[in-house]
Design a protein around this ligand. Structure first.
Ligand code: NAD
Length: 350
């Protein structure tokens, strides 16, 4: 049994589907179902005896302690977070509450559980803190990519909250010996990503014939990783990662945002011949404090854990576009009131 937090979100749901698909053992998923958590992502697991869903807050210490006592997981994979930079600029408090306070409460509960495990189980236990490359701040063009030794220089309220969580995770290892591993991953893309993030937003707007808003000159560079590769990297970390270590995870695929949008438009043009989606591109006022470039040096995870990404960017983009084209209903449900209404009916509150 493993405990996954935030398993109804974009990456957490992919992780759980892959995990159960590979027959790696039962999963309990603790998710608050914020606007970003969509239980429909895991509808295929509704009658799976190896899957348990619990709606709740990672910051609820009593709830987490009870879950740990009942299910006795051998690992916690912690995805739950407020994850959207623009939202962190508009309203940082939720980010501090979930990403910082919530994570520390989860660490406390994990520590209390772990220290009472028999020695063999305690030695095998892992707490994987899933984090981002954004904690390292911004790189200039040509500057070497982030290694695990790179100084933390978070620039947005989102990255500051994730950086704080990473520091607490480190402290829980250093001070209490909890077997914590932190991973810092680059931008993910793939199916079931909430359509506020760059790639699904562009696909959604392009299909509706709406403008494709590109921040500033669109030359902000990100490294892109298909979500299935992030999941395989996390499995490698759970399997072979060393407690107290951090691992950078990247896609070896640095692209300027504008290039990503042009690639998407090309793939969409092929899927819908006769349209020129690039005509919809519109440059809009840049995000305040927008980091210019992130890049990942994945030498450590490649050499020490034998992991590398399997999905090429072009192929990953094609598959992603195809998924969104085939799943209109999903996009409609997460963006419409129908989904919130369903959550309210199902769980009493939206
Ligand atoms: P997401 O926003 O799609 O999903 C977050 C999930 O967490 C949702 O299901 C939400 O309901 C849940 N959640 C939020 N607050 C909660 C709380 N207090 N208690 C329990 N559940 C709560 O996020 P994502 O893109 O899947 O990212 C998952 C993790 O990976 C995050 O920690 C994020 O920082 C990290 N990460 C994301 C990326 C990326 O490109 N998306 C890259 C690197 C790291």
């Amino acid at each position: 049994m493993i405990l996954v937090t935030g398993g109804c979100g974009f990456i957490g749901s992919a992780f759980i589907l892959d995990w159960l698909g590979l027959g790696l053992g039962p999963v309990v998923n603790l998710d608050l179902l914020t606007y970003a958590g969509h239980p429909g992502n895991l509808r295929s697991l509704e009658s799976n005896p190896h899957y348990v869903f619990v709606r709740g807050d990672i910051g609820d210490g009593a709830l987490v302690a009870g879950l740990l006592r009942t299910h006795r997981p051998r690992a916690i994979v912690h995805f739950a977070a407020e994850s959207h930079v623009d939202r962190s600029i508009a309203g940082p408090q939720a980010f501090i509450q979930t990403n910082v306070v919530g994570t520390t409460r989860l660490l406390e509960a994990a520590h209390e559980y772990w220290r009472q495990l028999p020695p063999g189980e305690a030695a095998a236990f892992r707490f994987v803190n899933v984090s981002t490359d954004e904690v390292f701040g911004s790189l200039a063009p040509g500057e070497p990519a982030f290694t695990e030794q790179h100084q933390y220089q978070p620039n947005s309220p989102y990255s500051a909250s994730k950086a704080a969580a990473d520091h607490f995770a480190r402290a829980w290892h250093h001070t209490f010996k909890l077997p914590v591993i932190t991973t810092n991953c680059s931008n993910n893309y793939g199916p079931r990503q909430f359509p506020e993030k760059l790639i699904p937003l562009m696909i959604h707007n392009a299909r509706a014939g709406k403008p494709l808003p590109v921040y500033g000159d669109g030359q902000q560079v990100r490294d892109w990783l298909h979500v299935s590769d992030h999941c395989s990297a996390l499995r490698a970390v759970l399997d072979r990662g060393q407690p107290g270590e951090t691992y950078n995870i990247g896609g070896r695929s640095e692209k300027a945002n504008l290039e990503v949008v042009h690639t998407l438009c090309r793939v969409l043009d092929e899927a819908q011949p006769g349209t020129r989606h690039a005509d919809l591109i519109q440059h809009v006022k840049d995000r305040p404090g927008h980091d210019r470039r992130y890049a990942i040096d994945d030498t450590k995870i490649a050499t020490q854990l034998g992991w590398k990404p399997a999905m090429g960017f072009e192929q990953g983009m094609r598959e992603t576009v195809q998924w969104y084209l085939a799943n209109d209903e999903w996009v409609e449900s997460v963006t419409s009131g129908a989904y919130r209404h369903w959550v309210a009916q199902q769980y009493g509150t939206a």
